[in-house]
Every structure is written in C-alpha cells, then in structure tokens.
Write a protein that binds this ligand. Sequence first.
Ligand SMILES: Cc1cc2nc3c(=O)[nH]c(=O)nc-3n(C[C@H](O)[C@H](O)[C@H](O)COP(=O)(O)OP(=O)(O)OC[C@H]3O[C@@H](n4cnc5c(N)ncnc54)[C@H](O)[C@@H]3O)c2cc1C
Length: 289
Amino acid sequence: MKPARFDYVAPNSLDEALSVLDQHGDRAKLLAGGQSLVPMLSLRIAAAQILIDINRVPGLDYLETRDGGIAIGGMTRLRSVERSPVVAEMVPMLPAALPHVAHFQIRNRGTVGGSIAHGDAAAELPAVLLALDGHVTVRSLRGGARRISAGDLYTGYLTTSLEPDEILTEIWFPALPGNAGWSFHEFAPRNGDRALAGVATTVATRGDHIADSTIALLGLGSTPLRATEAEEGLRGAGVADPIAGKVDDLIDKQVTATSDVHGSAEYRTYLARVLFRRAVVDALRKVSA
Ligand SMILES: Cc1cc2nc3c(=O)[nH]c(=O)nc-3n(C[C@H](O)[C@H](O)[C@H](O)COP(=O)(O)OP(=O)(O)OC[C@H]3O[C@@H](n4cnc5c(N)ncnc54)[C@H](O)[C@@H]3O)c2cc1C
C-alpha cells in the first residue's frame, strides 16, 4: 500500500524543527529512522499532513557518560549503542537487549529516540528504560526542556506523555550499583520477530536476601509495564530460592496480555512465568559474578 499524501520538510537545526513542529502540532509526525513510522503510514494505520524529517538536525547523535549513566542523543542509531564498548561496560542490559530488535539492517537506521517515543508494548528499549528507572529529556519551543521519568512515559497503546509539539532529544540510562545484577530475556518465534513476551530485571542484594528489584515486562500488556507487585513480592526473599513456588502469584496479576494471531493470552502468561523465573535467577547470578 501507499501512504496518504503528505508534505515533507527537513530542518537543519533543532530550533527550526521545533518551530515547524510548534506550527503544525498533531498534524505533523517526526521522521527519525522511519522503521516504524513509514510502514504505519503505508498501511494507513498512521497519518500525517506533514513529515518533519529530523535526520539533518545536528547534535542529536551522541553517547556520553554522565551522572553515573549513559546519555544518548535521540537520533543515535540503535546499532551504534549496541556496538559501543562504553555502553557495554556501563549499561550492559542495552547490548543484551538490542540484538533482539528486528534485524541489523533495521537497527542501522532505527534510532533510540524513535524506539522510545514509538512506545510499542513489545519493544525492547522501553522495557530496559523502565527496568533501569531511566529518564528522557524532551524539548519544545513553548516550554524549553523538561524531563520525564520512565515510569511516567507510557500512558496507553502506542501513546506517551510527550506533547504534540515536543521532540525527544535525550535518553538517560543509569549504571547499576555494585550489589546489583540484571538480566534481559524474551521469546520471539523467530530471530528478528516482535517478542511475544519478555522480562527485563534488576536485583540488588543485601547479605543473602533480595533488597530491591525492578521488573519490566514487554509484550504482556498494552504498554511496556513495570510489574510492581512482583517486585514487592521479591523484596526480602532469600537469594537461594527467591521465587519459592510463588511464580504464578507473583507474575500472573501483572500480565494483561490479550490474544492475537501470534499467541493466546494464556500462552503469553505462561511465557511470562518462565521468563520471569529465568530472569530473576540470571540477574542474581550476575550479582556474584
Ligand atoms: C520488520 C521490522 C521488525 C521490527 N522489529 C522490532 C522489534 O523486534 N523490536 C523493536 O523494538 N522494534 C522493532 N521494529 C521497529 C524498529 O526498531 C524502529 O526502528 C523503532 O521502533 C523506531 O525507531 P525509528 O527511528 O525508526 O523511528 P520512526 O519510525 O522514524 O518513528 C517512530 C515514531 O516515533 C516518533 N519519533 C521518532 N523520533 C522521535 C523523537 N526524537 N521525538 C519524538 N518523537 C519521535 C515518530 O514521529 C513516530 O511516531 C521493527 C521494525 C521493522 C520494520
């Protein structure tokens, strides 16, 4: 299929991009890597009167260590993050999750800002951002810069708390403290397919107990999710057997998956239990590694 007719503009600066966006608001769409937007326009799932191509905007493609984490410019390509030794050292969950995002040709083009702003419930990066409690910076002509924490970002199906005149300019992922471990596990029918289910986890230990944990779910609801009840359930659990037969209790209530042609809600819930158990054990193993 072909997209409906649209106008196209390619600004050469952030100020110019913000100004055009301010003028057109929700009649405009930002074009980053185009790997989600172009198929959606072509299938007429999305529509725009004007596309604002931000590929020529300088200063949005960078990786910097800052404030105990990694700050990533909105237009940084997924593949650059995946291959960065600094990212691997500071936020290893990112290069663990990124190879699951589509195929490398798509990651060469797709951007971190695009993936985070698109907010697909089955996407890997939103779940990583949630599990690590990161944040994003957005800018508009009207309000300048504002920060949105990961927990406040995803508000509904493919919907974020970004306003129509805002551009996501930076994503910040914190490094974990020394007593913490992490893991990322997902299941997709074939390499490069969208995940049917996935779990991104961190655990921090004190002695032989879990002091804290974060659990983010992908593909298991209409948005990327934090499984807060499961996190609470793990707090204080012994590291030797943290789940102790409670896996169904801990995770089932958090899963709001629905059935579709790719898998039933029951099957996704089953996957969530398996991946949750695997993720917690793996994260704990990394604490002592
Ligand atoms: C075959 C195929 C398989 C895929 N599989 C996966 C997968 O397994 N996992 C996964 O996570 N993704 C997958 N994707 C999507 C891919 O990773 C996209 O690159 C990514 O979701 C969006 O990044 P993009 O830069 O291409 O954004 P675009 O497609 O350009 O934009 C996506 C949306 O975000 C908005 N946007 C983009 N940049 C900004 C910004 N800086 N500020 C505000 N809004 C912005 C756009 O307006 C648009 O609404 C797949 C894509 C294809 C084609």
